[in-house]
Design a protein around this ligand. Structure first.
Ligand SMILES: [Zn+2]
Ligand SMILES: [Zn+2]
Length: 379
């Protein structure tokens, strides 16, 4: 037992994760969606949360407290101009939770009801971008898949994912946390297979954006009492992050895009999620191109003979596995850093990339590193 504990600690001490500073493409904005402050179940003030986000090298946050929005004045007071804050709300309904993004208190008030469809329709009518939250979490699973008024779903939710681990993995992570908090959270990262399967099923009907939501609250609650401010905002902000690809519009600098432009790109699926704690994923590309046109995540391109899917992951010390899916079915899986695949016809093409866990107590397990929104190749 003592030997086991010492081995795990030593692993935590000796395993160094790569620095978070990647090389983003033009218009690539890295941020975290689904964050709670002390206005609901979080432990930090808005200013503290923004400070942690900056320390983690983020350029935006989507704040989603339970059933309340920040006031415009609060965001303005805590929001320095170069950091984008998307004001949102995590809305409780009788069918589960969803995120209404882009609603400030002046734009939408949820009212007393709990009917999911009525709430989704009402927030959307007031300009919200709606995302189903933790659809397969242990608690508050989403139950109304007949609802229509949403733009996307959370595929990876840090707070739902860690609960999918066995007790032994949670014990290892708890031992590592005091000496290496980022590694501890990384050890708990699992592939959200149910979420991916549901996403592919929904995509057969219409475009649905996929995101990772952090559900960061830096608060360990027991029967509504806070036991510890754990895991910290900084460690959660350093784990899974949304890389938003703000389109280049003439006359505008996408690297200076504000909350509205970033949210529009999230809604359109112009983004990918990455577990950057494994390796910074800035610069990842997934495009379909022909002689005359090119499309990235979330975009549509008409089918033409000779079109090629290009996938490239940033160069990393260890090899990566790239997996390509057409309409939810795997059509390629290669251990490589880039791939050029002539595509066989119209369909929805999306990719996933995997890296091995670093260190000893991760057992070199292949771990989800990147998943991108699909490119829609239409007839
Ligand atoms: Zn929730
Ligand atoms: Zn939440």
């Amino acid at each position: 037992m003592v030997g086991f504990v010492l081995t795990v600690w030593l692993d935590g001490f000796l395993t160094r994760l790569p620095s978070l500073a990647g090389a983003p493409a033009r218009g690539e904005r890295v941020g975290v969606i689904h964050v709670h402050t002390n206005a609901s179940c979080g432990s930090g003030t808005l200013s503290q949360v923004i400070a942690a986000a900056k320390e983690a090298d983020l350029s935006f946050l989507a704040i989603t407290d339970h059933n309340l929005t920040l006031s415009d004045a609060e965001v303005a007071a805590a929001d320095p101009p170069e950091f984008a804050v998307i004001d949102g709300e995590e809305v409780s309904t009788a069918s589960g939770h969803y995120l209404a993004l882009g609603v400030s208190d002046s734009r939408w008030i949820r009212g007393p009801g709990y009917d999911a469809r009525a709430l989704l329709a009402s927030s959307r009518a007031h300009g919200a971008v709606n995302f189903i939250a933790h659809p397969y979490g242990l608690r508050d699973r989403w139950s109304d898949w007949g609802a229509q008024d949403y733009d996307g779903i959370e595929i990876f939710n840090d707070d739902a994912i860690w609960r999918k681990n066995k007790i032994i993995d949670i014990a290892i992570a708890a031992l590592i946390y005091p000496v290496n908090s980022r590694l501890a959270l990384l050890r708990l990262a699992r592939t959200p297979n149910e979420n991916f399967a549901k996403w592919d099923e929904l995509l057969a009907e219409r475009p649905v954006a996929g995101i990772c939501g952090s559900d960061a609250h830096a608060n360990l609650l027991f029967d509504r009492f806070s036991i510890a401010h754990f895991p910290s905002y900084l460690s959660v902000f350093s784990l899974a992050r949304q890389h938003v690809l703000v389109p280049d519009v003439a006359g505008q600098d996408p690297d200076k895009a504000g909350a509205d432009e970033i949210l529009e790109a999230i809604k359109s699926g112009n983004s990918f999620c990455a577990v950057d704690a494994l390796a910074p994923a800035e610069g990842f590309t997934q495009t379909v191109s022909s002689a005359t046109a090119s499309a990235g995540p979330g975009n549509t391109i008409p089918w033409r003979e000779g079109e090629v899917l290009h996938v490239k992951v940033p160069s990393v010390a260890n090899s990566a596995v790239i997996r390509v899916l057409r309409d939810g079915r795997e059509i390629a899986r290669q251990e490589t850093q880039s791939l050029d695949l002539p595509i066989p016809g119209p369909g929805r093409y999306r990719t996933e990339a995997y890296l091995r866990q670093p260190g000893l107590t991760g057992w070199r397990r292949w771990t989800l590193w990147i998943f991108a929104n699909p490119i829609y190749v239409t007839r």
